[in-house]
Design a protein around this ligand. Sequence first.
Ligand SMILES: [Zn+2]
Ligand SMILES: [Zn+2]
Length: 294
Amino acid sequence: MASANLTIPSQPMSYTELVHVAQQDLSLSLPEQLWWAHYAFWNNDILATGIITFLAHEVIYFGRCLPWIIADSLPNVFRRFKIQDQKPPPTVHDQWTCVKYILLIHFVIELPLIVLFHPMMDMCGLQYTPPFPRLSLLSAQVALFFIVEDTYHYWLHRAMHWGPLYRSIHRIHHQYAAPFGLTAEYASPWETFLLGLGTICPPLVLGYFTGDVHLVTVLVWMALRQLQAIDSHSGYDFPWSLRRLMPFWGGSDWHDDHHRYFWGNYSSSFRYWDILMGTVAGPRGKAMGHNPRG
Ligand SMILES: [Zn+2]
Ligand SMILES: [Zn+2]
């Protein structure tokens, strides 16, 4: 990886030594120096991007699921915040079954896609060298990705509830009618791939047409999208949940109704597609004249 003011040393160096090399470029912030040293250390951009993306994915997924696992193990404390509080919390067996299946999906389906991401990113003209993007540009692009992904997710998820697609692909994700954090990515490999395109493609397409999308923006977007998916499957709704600050945000109470009633609330991050298309689930939808099964 090239940088305007730095060249990769010809002799092998440790990561710490490479950080010292990066510190010679005074225009770089500390995160940018660490980033440069990471790429210089591996000296193989595909591998360096793959490692950082896959590790981020694993740390965020299991790191964010951990508080929900703890909450499920302390029903006396947290049951009052549980949405479907009449149902027993997931057992250790349920949690462990999910962990094993998700690790399989992560290594067999997501890891190859992550390795392929660097060549696709190169083809579409995304940047990955320092400097990092401006916060204002990063925020605007991530907001756009949320809107595009939510639209894609709404229509594809709704299509997946059509009989043949439901039976052959989507049924696995609905194995748990009362979802919990780890079930966010509990889905068929085809579903992981097809719905995953809604996360991967928007940055590639925007990068191709504007030439101004950075890998750091993509990693922030992927992290926030993961956090959104895990939280919406948590099964808990707190007085401080994001959807109370942002009434258009989907949140766990919205997606929990999708799993509970097997109909409606098809979008991922927001509520407006379901409201516009008359597919709001449960008693809330029935009150709006939407839900045939409410
Ligand atoms: Zn569904
Ligand atoms: Zn779900």
